[in-house]
Design a protein around this ligand. Structure first.
Ligand SMILES: NC(=O)C1=CN([C@@H]2O[C@H](COP(=O)(O)OP(=O)(O)OC[C@H]3O[C@@H](n4cnc5c(N)ncnc54)[C@H](O)[C@@H]3O)[C@@H](O)[C@H]2O)C=CC1
Ligand SMILES: O=C(O)[C@@H]1CCC=N1
Length: 249
C-alpha cells in the first residue's frame, strides 16, 4: 500500500525517504535506505507507519528519535490504535488514515482520524497529503475509522472478488477468459461511471431502470438477491472485516 501512495505523494515538493529492507522500483525522487541505522541522526516532519500492523511493535519504536519537534506520525496500518502507537513512540502526535488500493492511480478513498496529541495543523497536512491519492473522509473516532477500513480499505478486495466470480460465470456461458473479463469490467466500469455522474439517480432507481417487468434482469436479480442472500453476505463481509480491525487494535 505504501508504494501505491508513494506514487502519488511524489507529486509534491517534500523530500521523501523510504526505509524498507526489500523495496524495489521506487520513484527516482525518493531516497531509499535499507536500514534505519542509515538515517539514525536525521529528523523528519512526518513519519509514516506503513508496515503490517503485526510488525509495528517491533519496528516503530526506534523511529521515535527521528521525529522532528512539531512533527507527527501518520499510520496507514489497519486496526492498530493511535493511542497504542503514540505511546510506543514516546507520546508522539499520531494521525491514523485508512487508504485503499486505487490510490495507486489517484482514485483512492482514504479515511482520516486524529489520534493523541494531533493538532489541527497535523490533520490539515494529513488530509492534503492523502488527497493527492484520491478523495478523503475525516471521521472523529477510531471506531469509525475501523468501519471505514471494513467498507473502503478492504473494499477493493471485495470488488475484485465479485468481478472475478462474475467473469467466471461469464466463462461458464461460453466466453473466452479475455472476452469475459472485457465484458464484465466494461459493464461494471460503465455502470459505476453512470452512477457517479453528477445528479445521477439513486442506486435503487438505476437498478430499476434496467429491470423490465417479467424480463431478463428481473430473472437474474431474483436469482442474485431474491432471498436477500447477497445483502446478508455483504453485511457479514463488512462485519467480519471490522471485527478483525478491532482484534488488531
Ligand atoms: N494492501 C492494502 O490494500 C492496504 C493496506 N493497508 C495497510 O498498509 C500496511 C502495509 O500493508 P501492505 O502494503 O498490504 O503490505 P506489504 O507487505 O505489501 O508492504 C509492507 C512493506 O513493509 C516492508 N517492511 C517489512 N519489514 C520492514 C521493516 N522492518 N522496516 C521497514 N519496512 C519493512 C516490506 O518490505 C513491504 O514493502 C499494513 O499496515 C496494512 O494494514 C492499509 C490500507 C489498504
Ligand atoms: O487486509 C488488510 O488487513 C489491509 C487493510 C485494508 C486492506 N488491506
Amino acid at each position: 500500500m505504501g508504494s501505491a501512495l508513494l506514487s502519488q505523494w511524489v507529486n509534491g515538493d517534500e523530500s521523501i525517504t523510504v526505509v524498507d529492507p526489500m523495496a524495489t522500483d521506487l520513484p527516482d525522487s525518493v531516497k531509499l535506505v535499507r536500514d534505519r541505522g542509515e538515517i539514525a541522526s536525521e529528523s523528519f516532519d512526518c513519519i509514516i507507519a506503513a508496515v503490517k500492523p503485526q510488525l509495528i511493535d517491533e519496528v516503530l519504536p526506534d523511529y521515535a528519535e527521528n521525529l522532528a519537534k512539531g512533527g507527527y506520525v501518520l499510520s496507514i496500518a489497519a486496526g492498530y490504535s493511535a493511542p497504542r502507537l503514540s505511546k510506543l513512540m514516546g507520546d508522539a502526535p499520531v494521525v491514523r488514515t485508512m487508504p485503499n488500493l486505487p490510490a495507486a492511480i489517484g482514485r483512492g478513498v482514504s479515511g482520516l482520524c486524529p489520534g493523541p496529541h494531533a493538532t489541527d495543523d497535523h490533520m490539515k497536512h494529513a488530509e492534503a497529503f492523502m488527497s493527492r491519492a484520491g478523495t478523503t473522509i475525516a471521521v472523529d473516532s477510531e471506531e469509525k475509522l475501523d468501519r471505514v477500513t471494513a467498507v473502503a480499505g478492504s473494499g477493493p478486495g471485495y470488488v475484485f472478488e465479485i468481478a472475478r466470480a462474475y467473469a467466471e460465470a461469464a466463462m461458464a456461458q461460453g466466453f473466452s477468459e479475455d472476452d469475459a473479463r472485457d465484458m464484465v469490467l466494461g459493464t461494471i466500469g460503465g455502470a459505476i461511471a453512470m452512477a457517479s455522474e453528477p445528479g445521477a439517480a439513486s442506486l435503487e432507481d438505476l437498478r430499476n431502470s434496467v429491470t423490465s417487468k417479467g424480463g431478463t434482469t428481473a430473472a437474474g436479480l431474483n436469482a442474485l438477491n431474491g432471498d436477500n442472500g447477497l445483502s446478508d453476505r455483504l453485511h457479514a463481509t463488512l462485519q467480519a472485516a471490522y471485527d478483525r480491525a478491532v482484534e488488531l487494535r
